[in-house]
Design a protein around this ligand. Sequence first.
Ligand code: TMP
Length: 251
Amino acid sequence: MTALSIGALLHEGKAKRVHATDRPDVAAVEYKDDATAFNALKKASLPGKGALNCRISALLFEHLAGRGVPTHFLGVLDELWMVVRPVRVIPVEVVVRNIAAGSLCRQLPLEAGTPLDPPLIDLYYKDDALGDPLLSEARLERLELVSAEQLATMRDLALTVNRELRELFAAVGLELVDFKIELGFDAEGRILLADEISPDTCRLWDRATADQQERILDKDRFRQDLGGVIEAYGEVLKRVQGVCPPPRVYG
Ligand code: TMP
């Protein structure tokens, strides 16, 4: 690794660990092979997932940074680690949906595969104990987590990320069905794109495959016990790195 030394564990999530470093304005994120679904009711270890998601996230953060999206990404360290700007994560998961799938189809009379134009933005309160409940605007306001202006910034960023990633994935034959992002405040109070963007947090369908199961190249393969999870993530990486420059190496 570089001269950066990894310090105390700051936070352990289901798929990543965040560590302090010897530099106060720099944190390090380790991607784990653990996979969970349905609020961790379903768990497995998928060897190779951490490295794939670290690489895919790095490529996507780098691509988005190049398109003017402020992100926490500072560079990759090695195959499992990336270096980021520490942020205070806003406990709101922002989901953008271009095509109806997943929970949307369980909760509303919408058939899977229905195009959503304009894209639908759903906000969830990030709290495992409460099962990440869907928020209404009124509930979000009541929680006083963000101002109206900050919420507008979050929505704008989510739509920009959607536009840029849809275009990028389309160029490599992938349909960006939906995705989840998390945002956080940096030391200066700016809102940055944080967490990860990977097949764990996106739905991606292979445009060249009509079969409704075969086309799935994301964590739905794990959620639905379809097998071939690592192969699918590997295919996403192969396609994305075919059109994106290698991500910055930290240090
Ligand atoms: P959903 O259909 O379960 O609401 O998921 C929408 C998108 O958000 C999908 O791309 C998967 C992603 N997601 C996460 O990244 N983390 C989560 O905890 C959940 C529930 C969904």
